[in-house]
Design a protein. Structure first.
Length: 423
Protein backbone atom coordinates (compact mmCIF):
# COMPACT_ATOMS: atom_id res chain seq x y z
CA UNK A 1 0.00 0.00 0.00
CA UNK A 2 2.23 2.76 -1.35
CA UNK A 3 0.14 5.72 -0.24
CA UNK A 4 -0.89 4.63 3.24
CA UNK A 5 -0.80 7.37 5.84
CA UNK A 6 -1.01 7.70 9.58
CA UNK A 7 -2.60 10.62 11.44
CA UNK A 8 -1.07 12.06 14.60
CA UNK A 9 -2.58 15.15 16.28
CA UNK A 10 -4.63 15.88 13.19
CA UNK A 11 -1.69 15.77 10.80
CA UNK A 12 -1.20 13.09 8.15
CA UNK A 13 2.15 11.43 7.59
CA UNK A 14 3.19 8.95 4.88
CA UNK A 15 4.09 5.50 6.19
CA UNK A 16 6.91 3.20 5.11
CA UNK A 17 8.90 0.16 6.24
CA UNK A 18 9.79 1.93 9.47
CA UNK A 19 6.21 2.61 10.57
CA UNK A 20 5.44 0.82 13.84
CA UNK A 21 3.20 3.31 15.63
CA UNK A 22 -0.16 1.79 16.63
CA UNK A 23 -3.19 4.08 16.78
CA UNK A 24 -3.62 3.29 20.46
CA UNK A 25 -0.26 4.96 21.14
CA UNK A 26 -0.78 7.77 18.62
CA UNK A 27 -4.00 8.63 20.47
CA UNK A 28 -2.12 9.26 23.71
CA UNK A 29 -0.46 12.31 22.14
CA UNK A 30 -3.60 14.35 22.75
CA UNK A 31 -3.80 13.68 26.50
CA UNK A 32 -1.14 16.22 27.62
CA UNK A 33 -1.20 15.19 31.27
CA UNK A 34 1.62 17.63 32.07
CA UNK A 35 -0.65 20.57 31.23
CA UNK A 36 -3.46 19.56 33.57
CA UNK A 37 -3.23 21.60 36.78
CA UNK A 38 -5.06 18.98 38.88
CA UNK A 39 -3.21 15.94 37.58
CA UNK A 40 -0.18 14.64 39.55
CA UNK A 41 2.05 15.07 36.48
CA UNK A 42 0.87 18.67 36.03
CA UNK A 43 1.17 19.41 39.76
CA UNK A 44 4.74 18.08 39.83
CA UNK A 45 5.66 20.08 36.74
CA UNK A 46 4.54 23.35 38.27
CA UNK A 47 6.12 22.46 41.60
CA UNK A 48 9.54 22.21 39.91
CA UNK A 49 8.93 25.20 37.65
CA UNK A 50 8.01 27.43 40.54
CA UNK A 51 11.18 26.42 42.43
CA UNK A 52 13.43 27.26 39.49
CA UNK A 53 11.59 30.30 38.17
CA UNK A 54 13.45 32.93 40.17
CA UNK A 55 16.76 31.37 39.12
CA UNK A 56 15.96 32.52 35.57
CA UNK A 57 14.40 29.49 33.91
CA UNK A 58 11.69 29.93 31.27
CA UNK A 59 9.24 27.04 30.70
CA UNK A 60 8.25 25.60 27.34
CA UNK A 61 5.47 23.06 27.58
CA UNK A 62 3.91 22.95 24.13
CA UNK A 63 6.48 21.26 21.93
CA UNK A 64 4.77 18.72 19.64
CA UNK A 65 5.70 15.05 20.13
CA UNK A 66 6.36 14.36 16.45
CA UNK A 67 10.02 15.11 15.70
CA UNK A 68 12.62 14.16 13.10
CA UNK A 69 15.30 11.55 13.61
CA UNK A 70 17.69 14.48 13.25
CA UNK A 71 16.25 16.29 16.28
CA UNK A 72 15.88 13.19 18.44
CA UNK A 73 19.24 11.58 17.63
CA UNK A 74 21.61 13.18 15.07
CA UNK A 75 21.72 16.70 16.55
CA UNK A 76 22.67 15.07 19.87
CA UNK A 77 25.47 12.99 18.43
CA UNK A 78 23.85 9.54 18.79
CA UNK A 79 26.03 7.07 16.88
CA UNK A 80 24.41 5.32 13.89
CA UNK A 81 24.26 2.00 15.75
CA UNK A 82 22.91 3.33 19.07
CA UNK A 83 20.20 0.93 20.34
CA UNK A 84 17.84 3.88 21.00
CA UNK A 85 17.46 4.30 17.24
CA UNK A 86 16.18 0.77 16.81
CA UNK A 87 12.60 0.01 15.72
CA UNK A 88 12.31 -2.28 18.71
CA UNK A 89 12.82 0.67 21.08
CA UNK A 90 11.23 3.61 19.29
CA UNK A 91 7.86 4.41 17.72
CA UNK A 92 8.50 5.43 14.13
CA UNK A 93 5.93 7.26 12.02
CA UNK A 94 8.23 6.74 9.06
CA UNK A 95 11.94 6.51 8.41
CA UNK A 96 12.63 10.18 9.15
CA UNK A 97 9.87 10.92 11.65
CA UNK A 98 9.14 9.53 15.10
CA UNK A 99 7.53 10.17 18.46
CA UNK A 100 10.28 11.80 20.55
CA UNK A 101 11.89 9.37 22.95
CA UNK A 102 13.10 12.17 25.23
CA UNK A 103 12.72 15.90 25.75
CA UNK A 104 16.37 16.33 24.74
CA UNK A 105 14.98 16.29 21.17
CA UNK A 106 14.19 19.99 21.71
CA UNK A 107 17.51 21.05 23.21
CA UNK A 108 18.95 22.39 19.96
CA UNK A 109 15.91 24.46 19.15
CA UNK A 110 15.87 25.92 22.66
CA UNK A 111 19.58 26.72 22.60
CA UNK A 112 18.88 28.55 19.37
CA UNK A 113 15.78 30.49 20.32
CA UNK A 114 15.40 30.66 24.09
CA UNK A 115 16.01 34.20 25.35
CA UNK A 116 16.76 33.51 29.00
CA UNK A 117 19.98 31.69 29.97
CA UNK A 118 17.97 28.82 31.44
CA UNK A 119 14.97 26.89 30.19
CA UNK A 120 12.72 23.98 31.17
CA UNK A 121 10.85 21.78 28.69
CA UNK A 122 8.10 19.46 29.87
CA UNK A 123 6.51 17.03 27.48
CA UNK A 124 5.17 13.56 26.80
CA UNK A 125 7.76 11.09 25.43
CA UNK A 126 7.34 7.60 23.96
CA UNK A 127 9.31 4.38 24.17
CA UNK A 128 8.61 0.78 23.26
CA UNK A 129 9.37 -1.11 26.43
CA UNK A 130 8.43 -3.97 28.70
CA UNK A 131 5.14 -3.94 30.64
CA UNK A 132 5.20 -3.60 34.41
CA UNK A 133 4.21 -1.36 37.31
CA UNK A 134 6.76 1.33 36.44
CA UNK A 135 6.83 1.23 32.63
CA UNK A 136 4.29 2.61 30.23
CA UNK A 137 4.89 3.32 26.51
CA UNK A 138 4.14 7.01 27.07
CA UNK A 139 5.52 9.05 29.94
CA UNK A 140 6.69 12.58 30.70
CA UNK A 141 10.05 14.21 31.13
CA UNK A 142 11.29 17.62 32.12
CA UNK A 143 14.44 18.87 30.47
CA UNK A 144 16.42 21.68 32.04
CA UNK A 145 19.37 23.58 30.63
CA UNK A 146 21.47 26.61 31.53
CA UNK A 147 24.07 28.35 29.39
CA UNK A 148 26.57 31.20 29.67
CA UNK A 149 27.84 33.25 26.74
CA UNK A 150 31.54 33.83 26.11
CA UNK A 151 30.67 36.78 23.90
CA UNK A 152 28.72 38.41 26.69
CA UNK A 153 31.02 37.67 29.64
CA UNK A 154 34.47 37.51 28.04
CA UNK A 155 37.23 37.19 30.63
CA UNK A 156 34.67 37.44 33.43
CA UNK A 157 33.01 34.17 32.50
CA UNK A 158 34.37 32.00 35.33
CA UNK A 159 33.64 34.76 37.85
CA UNK A 160 30.05 35.07 36.62
CA UNK A 161 29.44 31.32 36.86
CA UNK A 162 30.98 31.33 40.36
CA UNK A 163 28.58 34.10 41.44
CA UNK A 164 25.60 32.34 39.92
CA UNK A 165 26.68 29.21 41.75
CA UNK A 166 26.81 31.02 45.08
CA UNK A 167 23.33 32.41 44.59
CA UNK A 168 21.70 28.93 44.48
CA UNK A 169 19.97 28.27 47.82
CA UNK A 170 21.01 25.29 49.89
CA UNK A 171 19.04 22.11 49.18
CA UNK A 172 18.87 20.84 52.76
CA UNK A 173 19.81 17.33 51.66
CA UNK A 174 22.99 15.44 52.46
CA UNK A 175 24.95 14.73 49.32
CA UNK A 176 27.92 12.49 48.85
CA UNK A 177 29.78 13.48 45.75
CA UNK A 178 32.91 11.55 44.90
CA UNK A 179 33.55 14.26 42.30
CA UNK A 180 35.62 11.86 40.24
CA UNK A 181 38.43 13.55 38.37
CA UNK A 182 37.46 13.80 34.71
CA UNK A 183 38.93 10.77 33.01
CA UNK A 184 38.99 9.20 29.56
CA UNK A 185 35.54 7.66 29.82
CA UNK A 186 33.88 10.89 30.88
CA UNK A 187 36.26 13.61 29.82
CA UNK A 188 36.31 17.36 30.16
CA UNK A 189 35.82 19.01 26.79
CA UNK A 190 38.84 20.55 25.08
CA UNK A 191 36.79 23.71 24.41
CA UNK A 192 36.44 24.43 28.12
CA UNK A 193 39.05 25.05 30.80
CA UNK A 194 39.32 22.86 33.83
CA UNK A 195 37.94 25.66 36.01
CA UNK A 196 34.96 26.28 33.67
CA UNK A 197 34.14 22.59 33.61
CA UNK A 198 34.34 22.36 37.37
CA UNK A 199 32.15 25.42 37.96
CA UNK A 200 29.52 24.35 35.45
CA UNK A 201 29.46 20.85 36.95
CA UNK A 202 28.96 22.35 40.42
CA UNK A 203 26.25 24.73 39.22
CA UNK A 204 24.45 21.79 37.59
CA UNK A 205 24.70 19.58 40.65
CA UNK A 206 23.60 22.31 43.06
CA UNK A 207 20.58 23.12 40.89
CA UNK A 208 19.50 19.48 40.72
CA UNK A 209 20.05 19.04 44.45
CA UNK A 210 17.84 22.07 45.06
CA UNK A 211 15.12 20.63 42.85
CA UNK A 212 15.37 17.16 44.40
CA UNK A 213 15.36 18.60 47.92
CA UNK A 214 12.23 20.58 47.10
CA UNK A 215 10.40 17.54 45.74
CA UNK A 216 11.59 15.00 48.30
CA UNK A 217 10.92 17.19 51.32
CA UNK A 218 7.32 17.43 50.17
CA UNK A 219 7.21 13.70 49.45
CA UNK A 220 8.44 13.06 52.96
CA UNK A 221 5.86 15.35 54.57
CA UNK A 222 3.09 13.70 52.58
CA UNK A 223 4.28 10.20 53.56
CA UNK A 224 4.44 11.15 57.25
CA UNK A 225 1.00 12.74 57.07
CA UNK A 226 -0.33 9.54 55.49
CA UNK A 227 0.96 7.60 58.53
CA UNK A 228 4.28 6.14 57.41
CA UNK A 229 6.72 5.51 60.26
CA UNK A 230 9.75 4.59 58.11
CA UNK A 231 12.71 5.89 60.21
CA UNK A 232 14.40 7.24 57.05
CA UNK A 233 11.60 9.79 56.83
CA UNK A 234 12.78 11.41 60.06
CA UNK A 235 16.45 11.88 59.15
CA UNK A 236 17.88 14.17 56.45
CA UNK A 237 17.31 13.17 52.83
CA UNK A 238 20.37 11.54 51.30
CA UNK A 239 21.62 11.79 47.74
CA UNK A 240 24.72 10.64 45.89
CA UNK A 241 26.24 11.38 42.50
CA UNK A 242 27.39 8.67 40.15
CA UNK A 243 28.96 8.90 36.72
CA UNK A 244 26.87 8.37 33.61
CA UNK A 245 27.18 8.47 29.84
CA UNK A 246 25.06 10.38 27.31
CA UNK A 247 26.08 11.04 23.70
CA UNK A 248 25.60 14.82 23.98
CA UNK A 249 27.09 15.65 27.38
CA UNK A 250 30.56 15.24 28.88
CA UNK A 251 31.25 14.81 31.69
CA UNK A 252 27.87 13.27 32.61
CA UNK A 253 26.32 12.21 35.90
CA UNK A 254 23.23 10.79 37.51
CA UNK A 255 21.82 11.64 40.93
CA UNK A 256 20.49 8.90 43.18
CA UNK A 257 18.19 9.51 46.14
CA UNK A 258 17.77 7.20 49.11
CA UNK A 259 14.06 6.42 49.42
CA UNK A 260 12.30 3.58 51.26
CA UNK A 261 15.43 1.48 51.60
CA UNK A 262 16.96 1.83 48.15
CA UNK A 263 18.93 4.20 45.92
CA UNK A 264 16.73 5.52 43.13
CA UNK A 265 18.22 6.91 39.92
CA UNK A 266 16.42 10.20 39.53
CA UNK A 267 17.98 12.37 36.87
CA UNK A 268 20.62 12.14 34.15
CA UNK A 269 22.65 15.23 33.34
CA UNK A 270 25.92 16.65 32.13
CA UNK A 271 27.95 19.42 30.57
CA UNK A 272 26.57 20.00 27.07
CA UNK A 273 28.98 19.12 24.29
CA UNK A 274 30.34 21.96 22.22
CA UNK A 275 29.20 20.22 19.01
CA UNK A 276 25.56 20.43 20.11
CA UNK A 277 25.78 24.14 20.93
CA UNK A 278 27.71 25.04 17.79
CA UNK A 279 25.28 22.92 15.74
CA UNK A 280 22.52 25.10 17.20
CA UNK A 281 24.38 28.22 16.13
CA UNK A 282 25.52 29.22 19.63
CA UNK A 283 29.07 27.88 19.68
CA UNK A 284 30.15 30.76 21.94
CA UNK A 285 28.06 29.36 24.81
CA UNK A 286 28.87 26.76 27.43
CA UNK A 287 26.47 25.13 29.86
CA UNK A 288 24.67 22.11 31.24
CA UNK A 289 21.48 20.05 30.73
CA UNK A 290 19.45 17.55 32.74
CA UNK A 291 16.45 15.30 32.15
CA UNK A 292 14.07 14.06 34.83
CA UNK A 293 11.32 11.45 34.50
CA UNK A 294 8.11 12.88 35.88
CA UNK A 295 6.13 9.65 36.41
CA UNK A 296 8.85 8.04 38.47
CA UNK A 297 9.02 11.16 40.66
CA UNK A 298 5.24 11.55 40.84
CA UNK A 299 4.81 7.92 41.94
CA UNK A 300 6.99 8.75 44.95
CA UNK A 301 5.53 12.18 45.62
CA UNK A 302 1.87 11.11 45.46
CA UNK A 303 2.26 7.48 46.53
CA UNK A 304 0.85 6.19 43.24
CA UNK A 305 1.54 2.44 43.08
CA UNK A 306 1.07 1.75 39.36
CA UNK A 307 2.07 3.95 36.42
CA UNK A 308 -1.14 3.07 34.51
CA UNK A 309 -3.11 5.09 37.05
CA UNK A 310 -1.78 8.35 35.61
CA UNK A 311 -3.66 7.58 32.39
CA UNK A 312 -6.89 6.63 34.16
CA UNK A 313 -9.93 8.71 33.36
CA UNK A 314 -11.72 7.42 36.43
CA UNK A 315 -13.01 10.22 38.66
CA UNK A 316 -12.00 8.20 41.71
CA UNK A 317 -8.41 8.82 40.66
CA UNK A 318 -8.65 12.29 39.12
CA UNK A 319 -10.77 13.86 41.85
CA UNK A 320 -8.15 13.14 44.52
CA UNK A 321 -5.72 15.83 43.34
CA UNK A 322 -5.83 19.62 43.62
CA UNK A 323 -3.68 22.27 41.89
CA UNK A 324 -0.39 23.08 43.65
CA UNK A 325 -1.06 20.47 46.33
CA UNK A 326 0.87 17.34 47.18
CA UNK A 327 -1.37 14.63 48.65
CA UNK A 328 -1.09 10.89 49.06
CA UNK A 329 -3.18 8.76 46.74
CA UNK A 330 -5.81 6.67 48.52
CA UNK A 331 -6.46 3.43 46.62
CA UNK A 332 -10.20 3.20 46.01
CA UNK A 333 -10.15 -0.51 45.64
CA UNK A 334 -7.75 -3.26 44.74
CA UNK A 335 -9.42 -5.16 41.99
CA UNK A 336 -8.20 -8.73 41.84
CA UNK A 337 -5.83 -9.69 39.07
CA UNK A 338 -5.44 -13.00 37.29
CA UNK A 339 -2.63 -14.42 35.24
CA UNK A 340 -2.47 -16.52 32.11
CA UNK A 341 0.67 -18.13 30.72
CA UNK A 342 1.63 -18.39 27.09
CA UNK A 343 4.42 -20.66 25.88
CA UNK A 344 5.81 -21.02 22.39
CA UNK A 345 8.75 -22.36 20.40
CA UNK A 346 11.09 -19.65 19.19
CA UNK A 347 12.21 -19.27 15.62
CA UNK A 348 15.95 -19.63 16.15
CA UNK A 349 16.77 -17.90 12.89
CA UNK A 350 14.75 -14.79 13.69
CA UNK A 351 14.59 -14.13 17.38
CA UNK A 352 11.60 -12.12 18.57
CA UNK A 353 12.55 -8.93 20.40
CA UNK A 354 10.88 -8.75 23.80
CA UNK A 355 9.52 -5.25 23.02
CA UNK A 356 7.79 -6.57 19.91
CA UNK A 357 6.12 -9.25 21.99
CA UNK A 358 5.10 -6.62 24.54
CA UNK A 359 3.57 -4.51 21.77
CA UNK A 360 1.36 -7.41 20.67
CA UNK A 361 0.13 -7.96 24.23
CA UNK A 362 -0.39 -4.23 24.74
CA UNK A 363 -2.28 -3.80 21.48
CA UNK A 364 -4.83 -6.37 22.66
CA UNK A 365 -4.89 -6.00 26.43
CA UNK A 366 -4.20 -2.26 26.65
CA UNK A 367 -4.25 -0.96 30.21
CA UNK A 368 -5.74 -4.24 31.46
CA UNK A 369 -2.26 -5.74 31.31
CA UNK A 370 -0.42 -5.04 34.53
CA UNK A 371 2.74 -6.99 33.91
CA UNK A 372 4.36 -9.40 31.44
CA UNK A 373 7.33 -11.46 32.52
CA UNK A 374 9.40 -14.31 31.18
CA UNK A 375 8.93 -17.12 33.70
CA UNK A 376 10.57 -20.05 31.96
CA UNK A 377 12.95 -20.81 29.16
CA UNK A 378 13.76 -24.28 27.91
CA UNK A 379 16.08 -25.64 25.24
CA UNK A 380 15.13 -29.06 23.93
CA UNK A 381 18.19 -31.31 24.45
CA UNK A 382 17.84 -33.03 21.07
CA UNK A 383 16.37 -30.52 18.66
CA UNK A 384 18.04 -27.52 20.37
CA UNK A 385 14.78 -25.68 19.83
CA UNK A 386 14.07 -23.02 22.45
CA UNK A 387 10.73 -22.50 24.10
CA UNK A 388 9.75 -19.57 26.25
CA UNK A 389 6.90 -19.12 28.66
CA UNK A 390 5.56 -15.66 29.51
CA UNK A 391 3.16 -14.88 32.31
CA UNK A 392 0.66 -12.11 31.59
CA UNK A 393 -0.98 -10.48 34.60
CA UNK A 394 -4.38 -9.05 33.80
CA UNK A 395 -5.74 -6.51 36.23
CA UNK A 396 -7.91 -3.44 35.89
CA UNK A 397 -7.40 -0.24 37.84
CA UNK A 398 -11.10 0.57 37.75
CA UNK A 399 -13.19 -2.59 37.92
CA UNK A 400 -13.31 -6.37 38.33
CA UNK A 401 -12.57 -8.42 35.24
CA UNK A 402 -14.55 -11.57 34.52
CA UNK A 403 -12.86 -14.84 33.69
CA UNK A 404 -14.62 -14.95 30.35
CA UNK A 405 -13.27 -11.53 29.46
CA UNK A 406 -9.72 -12.51 30.37
CA UNK A 407 -10.00 -15.77 28.43
CA UNK A 408 -11.07 -13.81 25.35
CA UNK A 409 -8.13 -11.45 25.70
CA UNK A 410 -5.73 -14.32 26.19
CA UNK A 411 -7.09 -16.18 23.15
CA UNK A 412 -6.60 -13.05 21.09
CA UNK A 413 -3.05 -12.62 22.40
CA UNK A 414 -2.17 -16.23 21.60
CA UNK A 415 -3.57 -16.11 18.10
CA UNK A 416 -1.96 -12.77 17.35
CA UNK A 417 1.41 -14.02 18.60
CA UNK A 418 1.18 -17.08 16.40
CA UNK A 419 0.32 -15.08 13.28
CA UNK A 420 2.89 -12.35 13.91
CA UNK A 421 5.71 -14.62 14.97
CA UNK A 422 5.17 -17.89 13.08
CA UNK A 423 7.79 -20.58 13.39
N1 LIG B 1 17.45 12.54 27.82
C1 LIG B 1 18.11 11.76 28.83
C2 LIG B 1 17.22 10.53 29.12
O1 LIG B 1 16.14 10.43 28.61
C3 LIG B 1 18.33 12.53 30.11
C4 LIG B 1 19.34 13.66 29.94
C5 LIG B 1 18.94 14.94 29.58
C6 LIG B 1 20.70 13.43 30.12
C7 LIG B 1 19.85 15.96 29.43
C8 LIG B 1 21.63 14.43 29.97
C9 LIG B 1 21.20 15.70 29.64
O2 LIG B 1 17.61 9.63 29.86
Amino acid sequence: SGNATITVLGKEYPTDDFTNLPNSIANLTSRKLHLQPSHPIGILRSLIESRLKDLGFTSYNDFKPVVSTYENFDALGFPEDHPGRSKTDTYYINEKTLLRTHTSAHESECFQTCETPGYLISADVYRRDTIDRTHYPAFHQMEGARVWSRTEHGDNLAKVIQEDLESIPDSGIIVSDPDPPFHEGNPRQPTMSELETELIGKHLKKTIELLMGHVFHQAREAAIKAGSTDPDLFSPIKARWIEAYFPWTSPSWEIEIWWKGEWLEMCGCGVVKHEVLSGAGVGDKIGWAFGIGLERTAMILFGVPDIRLFWSEDERFLSQFKPNTVSTFKPYSKYPGTFRDVAFWCDMAKEVHINDLMEVVRSIGGDLVENVSLIDEFVHPKTKQKSQCYRINYQSMDRSLTNAEINDLQDAVVSSLSTQFPI
